[in-house]
Design a binder for this molecule. Structure first.
Ligand SMILES: *Cc1c(COP(=O)(O)O)cnc(C)c1O
Length: 343
């Protein structure tokens, strides 16, 4: 079983590389549209309603990117002089260029992964929020959760733990934002409805452009009042669009495919176990992200690149992400190509 003759690069850098297939493109081409800034776009409205139903929020707002959704949420929630808590290596803190610093006005505080990789315990939330504060202390306003946690390797927080942490945050007087860019992966991995993972949150962000293959777009959910405020901010940051229905049509197809993420998860397990058989140190993934501990991650990624395997590094590990544009056969091909490397 020699390798793929064409030696086409196999792209495991991210599930964002997924492209819309024919069905999605056909839905986009056929979308009924209107001017979403003037009097509304019917397909955007349909997507926002469907997403609200799935996420269990009163309303949602389509936004062009996850980063913009998080920025808008934090801007609704935070004031200058506020502090927000987030698990260490949260995407919103590390990979969004600190938009909150210049726009929302808050200051981040990293919480340790006290409940497991990427997960924070109620006790660590409680311990970070003193019951009373002098007037010149930062005001703790918000807890930002991340499910799945990207940098921890797509780790999942279950509904019971989510409730406990959220309830503790509320008791401490905090608002809660959930960066659920990959909440769909979490739900599929846990075999629960996404709405079970949004209990008690004041806002939730979920991406349509990752494993679900939409070319762009995320949804930001919360109360009707939150979404009204978010809509104004979306306009302010230039994220309101006109015939957004073309993109929303892709989003609706994306939402009908959440169950397919199971394949990505099973491919990730196949990859991790193949890597382990080859002597790599790769933990068994909870979702679609495989982290492999290596001594020199940058060098490893260059070597992989030369063999036609695209991956990235994250906190000193090599990160492989499985997605809809990679079949199980492609994953076998990845393992085959890697088998010629020394571990
Ligand atoms: C990808 C991602 C985002 C941002 O989404 P973009 O659409 O790339 O801006 C936010 N949070 C997490 C956890 C992500 O993985």
């Amino acid at each position: 079983m020699s390798g793929d003759a064409s030696h086409r690069p196999l792209d495991l850098r991210s599930d964002t590389v997924t492209r819309p297939d024919e069905t999605m493109r056909a839905a986009m081409a056929a979308a009924e549209v209107g001017d979403d800034i003037l009097d509304g776009d019917p397909t955007v409205r349909a997507l926002e309603e469907k997403a609200a139903e799935i996420l269990g929020t009163e309303a949602t707002l389509w936004v062009p990117s996850g980063t913009m959704g998080n920025l808008i949420a934090l801007t609704v929630h935070l004031r200058p002089g506020d502090r927000f808590l987030a698990p260490a290596l949260a995407h919103v803190v590390e990979f969004e260029l600190g938009g909150w610093a210049s726009f929302a006005g808050g200051v981040p505080h990293a919480l340790p992964w006290s409940a497991g990789p990427g997960r924070v315990s109620p006790a660590s939330v409680r311990a970070s929020v003193p019951p009373s504060q002098p007037y010149d202390a930062l005001r703790d306003r918000l807890l930002c959760l991340e499910n799945t946690h990207n940098a921890a390797g797509g780790t999942v927080t279950g509904p019971g733990e989510h409730r406990a942490v959220t309830a503790t945050a509320k008791e401490a007087g905090l608002l809660v934002h959930l960066d659920g860019a990959r909440i769909w992966n979490a739900a599929v991995s846990l075999d629960v409805q996404p709405a079970e993972l949004t209990w008690g949150v004041d806002s939730v962000l979920a991406c349509l452009s990752k494993g679900l293959c939409a070319p762009m777009g995320s949804v930001l959910g919360g109360s009707a009042e939150f979404v009204r405020a978010a809509r104004r901010l979306r306009k302010m940051v230039g994220g309101a669009v006109r015939q957004g229905g073309v993109m929303a049509a892709a989003g609706l197809v994306a939402l009908s495919r959440i169950e397919l993420l199971r394949n990505d998860h099973s491919n990730a397990r196949v990859l991790a176990s193949g890597l382990r058989d080859l002597g790599w140190e790769a933990a068994s993934p909870e979702t679609n992200i495989v982290l492999a501990r290596v001594t020199d991650a940058e060098r490893r990624v260059s070597e992989l690149h030369r063999m036609g395997i695209l991956a990235t590094t994250i906190s000193g590990a090599v990160r492989f992400v499985t997605h809809a544009d990679l079949s199980e056969k492609d994953i076998q091909e990845v393992i085959w190509r890697i088998s010629s490397m020394s571990p």
